[in-house]
Ligand binder design. Structure first.
Ligand code: 3PG
Length: 211
């Protein structure tokens, strides 16, 4: 994944959506809160239709991508639906190469030194560090960033308003991803005001961490 998208969107909301019709309303709430992208995880039957709906109607500054992309067939389906980037929890060379062939951004997971070396060999310089909290969080990212000084890490898993500032203050962390501003209960409950409020709070913390 190029760092351009992440520079403009230091937070990637990780969305699990049950009703595709909620997609555009959800994206609009994120935008009002200052967040300009969303990762719609392919964990529900509604996910591809939600990507299609968001890609069709949202503001051009909003970027929709697909998450939990586990194979090339899912990647192709996501691109056909309008996804501009794909995220994987782990590293699959076939997914990375297909994304490159299709001309879309890819953020694969890599959580160990060996996986990071493998990602580097594939030309990847930004990886998802998942599940960040279970893997030692910022202390582990700092340790990995020492030998891999040209790599960027996007922590995911257990990121929240309580720790986003610490993560984003690290030079090797261009962005974080997480579900706290789009918790399943908020999405299913259509509490778009809360999604907007939590997004605004998160962006405020992200901006503060950069100064
Ligand atoms: C995921 O892919 O589920 C992300 O890592 C989100 O984790 P979170 O729900 O702990 O934010």
């Amino acid at each position: 994944m190029t760092r351009g998208l992440l520079a403009s969107s230091p937070i990637i909301p990780v969305v699990v959506i049950e009703d595709a019709d909620d997609g555009p309303t959800l994206a609009a709430a994120l935008l009002r809160g200052g967040i300009r992208c969303a990762e719609i995880t392919l964990r529900t039957p509604a996910a591809l239709d939600a990507i299609r709906a968001i890609a069709a109607v949202t503001d051009p500054v909003f970027t929709v991508g697909a998450g939990t992309v586990l194979n090339v067939d899912q990647l192709d389906a996501a691109v056909a639906a309008g996804a501009a980037f794909v995220v994987s929890p782990g590293l699959d060379p076939a997914v990375v190469e297909r994304a490159r062939d299709r001309g879309i951004e890819v953020l694969p997971g890599a959580a160990t030194a060996t996986e990071i070396q493998h990602a580097r060999r594939l030309g990847v310089r930004t990886v998802k560090f998942f599940p960040a909290d279970r893997l030692g969080g910022l202390a582990t990212i700092s340790a990995l960033a020492a030998p891999f000084s040209d790599m960027a890490f996007v922590p995911s898993g257990g990121v929240s308003a309580a720790n986003i500032g610490d993560y984003l203050a690290h030079a090797s962390v261009p962005a974080v991803s997480g579900s706290w501003m789009v918790a399943r209960s908020l999405v299913v409950g259509r509490d778009f005001d809360a999604i907007e409020r939590l997004s605004r709070e998160a962006m405020g913390l992200a901006t503060a961490a950069r100064h």
